[in-house]
Design a protein around this ligand. Structure first.
Ligand SMILES: NC(=O)c1ccc[n+]([C@@H]2O[C@H](COP(=O)([O-])OP(=O)(O)OC[C@H]3O[C@@H](n4cnc5c(N)ncnc54)[C@H](O)[C@@H]3O)[C@@H](O)[C@H]2O)c1
Length: 280
């Protein structure tokens, strides 16, 4: 008898940062698993941050969900802005009959700054998107879960929480906050049968266009090619050997597992999908 992911068909899923990169990979996989998917994503640039999603990417992401036979909802929204988040979550709830079963707090940005030269623009962008953004989304999208006493919340953290990283202190701090929010929400929401877990990805192979943009974006600031940056970060951080290279699909597999009924008894976990980084 094979093992399959149970309990995903018919679920209503909200993915932040779902118009490109890992979020887009998760959104497509949820649709393939029989879920309807609402995507929250910024479709305008953030000052001093590498290229993020565009309106065309949002359209393509919604189409990709619909092409898989599921309802797709595109919600342009800057999660740094609480009013925008409330309006977007209200639209998702309207589209899904008042139900959101799964929240994936995936949207995130990074930048490279020494602490003594920290730009205000990037400090605010990283902290406001990665921490407050996830808090605003969960604030508005968890209410229906509490009322229905059911739900799964999956926060995307990072393997950088397992060690020190020069020039990334704003980003590292934001992902430690995500780990803290995960255990705090797991405690707070347990009585409502809501599971809250986080995933810590290793460095993800960069893609062009709608692919994963973080390493691509940072590599430009480092004057390196994206594949070189990926290889350098992976070789320095991951377990030794060519096997230990992380792709978007590895994270998507973990996200769908944590969203499924197979993970019903897992909560408050910080799950490294990190090619062994945290064990080093
Ligand atoms: N790429 C990596 O190596 C890596 C490693 C560990 C963790 N992560 C984390 O994985 C997540 C996804 O990263 P990715 O590599 O797919 O990057 P990406 O840049 O391709 O995707 C990030 C998405 O978030 C959206 N976004 C950014 N700021 C937003 C805002 N203020 N409001 C709404 N949407 C916003 C972007 O438009 C984009 O669609 C992030 O949380 C990142 O920190 C990435």
């Amino acid at each position: 008898m094979g093992i399959e992911l149970r309990g995903l068909v018919g679920k209503k899923v909200l993915v932040t940062g779902g118009a490109k990169g890992q979020g887009f990979s998760h959104a497509k996989a949820f649709a393939e698993a029989g879920c309807d998917v609402a995507i929250i994503d910024i479709t305008t640039p953030i000052a001093d941050i590498y290229d993020l999603a565009t309106p065309d990417m949002m359209k393509a992401a919604v189409k990709a969900i619909e092409d898989r036979g599921q309802k797709g909802v595109g919600l342009p929204c800057d999660i740094r802005d609480e009013a925008q988040v409330k309006a977007a979550v209200d639209k998702a709830l309207d589209a899904f009959g008042g139900v959101i079963n799964v929240i994936v707090n995936n949207a995130g940005v990074a930048a490279l700054d020494f602490i003594h030269q920290m730009r205000s623009s990037t400090l605010h962008a990283v902290i406001d998107t990665n921490i407050k953004g996830a808090m605003f989304v969960t604030k508005y999208a968890s209410d229906n879960m509490i009322g229905r006493r059911e739900g799964k919340i999956i926060n995307i953290s990072s393997a950088v929480t397992g060690s020190g990283h020069a020039m990334l202190s704003h980003y590292v701090a934001s992902k430690h906050a995500i780990n803290g929010l995960t255990s705090a929400w797991a405690m707070e929401l347990a009585e409502f049968n809501i599971n809250v877990n986080a995933i810590c990805p290793a460095t993800i192979r960069p893609g062009e266009g709608q692919g994963s943009g973080m390493v691509l974006g940072l590599s430009k600031e480092m004057d390196m090619g994206p594949e070189d940056a990926y290889e350098t970060f992976s070789a320095q951080g991951n377990m030794a050997g060519d096997k230990w290279r992380c792709e978007m699909q590895n994270i998507t597999d973990a996200v769908l597992f944590l969203a499924s009924a197979n993970a019903d008894m897992i909560t408050g976990t910080i799950l490294p999908v990190d090619c062994g980084q945290m064990a080093r």
